[in-house]
Design a protein around this ligand. Structure first.
Ligand SMILES: [Zn+2]
Ligand SMILES: [Zn+2]
Length: 263
């Protein structure tokens, strides 16, 4: 009897192990499936790549074509736009892969105002790819430091996060570049830029930003300012001036998207 009991126990044990292994395998397969093949954020079909965007939707995303070598304003020819020609901005150049048009605007609104971090991640991945391509083609160098464009603390508190910090962290991790979000702070809370007229946007007070607690990191550093979208550029212009005054060697801008034309 004890032998039979032992054998039965063995069968039960084997069965349990098998079932356990089977369910574990299924779990891993499901986890892998979810990790490797999320749904496309735009069409809902399987993305089939390492970002939540399928290849067809990725190809339909509007890219920035010919643009000003300095401020990335879309142009009809290669070169520098009239405004940069008349007066060089404080930053040296703007890098951005996308145009702020459908569906980039939709993804960005979902990220900024709907708190959908997956949308922010997809846009940040597209920017990372662009920077890698530019770097591989010798069209850009990697900086010493990434700095997210700061939000005033009240705005950050209300939104719950700063979109530029989320983008910066993704870039920092993927490109292995240090980042710092306490080097500079926004001390004047200006209204959201898209609520303002073009004239009002250009009137950003010079003391809108101030050097923060970790301001020392700026000394002699080649800095990249990270932001979501550029409209008139008054924010990055004022901020670049603050950073250069605080000792930064140079300032470059990396953005998710550029508005099609100045509006
Ligand atoms: Zn899709
Ligand atoms: Zn320009």
């Amino acid at each position: 009897m004890p032998t039979r009991k032992k054998a039965l126990h063995g069968i039960v044990k084997m069965h349990t192990c098998h079932t356990h292994r089977h369910s574990l395998k299924r779990l891993f397969t499901q986890a892998n499936y979810q990790l490797l093949s999320g749904a496309c954020l735009l069409c809902g079909l399987s993305a089939g790549q390492d970002m939540d965007l399928c290849r067809a939707c990725e190809e339909s995303i509007p890219r920035l074509g010919l643009h000003c070598d300095i401020c990335a304003t879309p142009l009809k020819t290669v070169g520098i736009c009239g405004r940069c020609h008349n007066k060089r901005p404080a930053f040296s150049t703007v890098q951005t892969p996308l145009l702020y048009q459908y569906p980039v605007d939709l993804l960005l609104q979902r990220f900024k105002f709907g708190g959908q971090l997956a949308a922010g991640k997809v846009l940040s991945q597209l920017l990372t790819r662009h920077i890698r391509e530019q770097f591989d083609n010798g069209k850009c160098t990697l900086p010493d430091l990434l700095i997210p464009v700061p939000l005033h603390w009240k705005k950050r508190f209300l939104r719950g996060f700063n979109q530029s910090e989320v983008i910066t962290r993704e870039l920092s991790r993927e490109l292995k570049i240090k980042h710092c979000q306490r080097a500079v702070k926004r001390v004047i809370n200006t209204p959201a830029q898209h609520h303002l007229s073009k004239k009002e946007r250009q009137r950003l007070p010079r003391n809108t930003f101030a050097v923060g607690r970790a301001g020392k990191v700026l000394q002699g550093a080649r800095v990249v300012l990270v932001d979501d979208v550029l409209t008139t550029g008054s924010t990055v212009q004022t901020l670049s001036q603050t950073l250069l005054k605080a000792g930064a060697k140079s300032v470059e801008i990396w953005l998710l998207a550029r508005t099609p034309l100045d509006n």
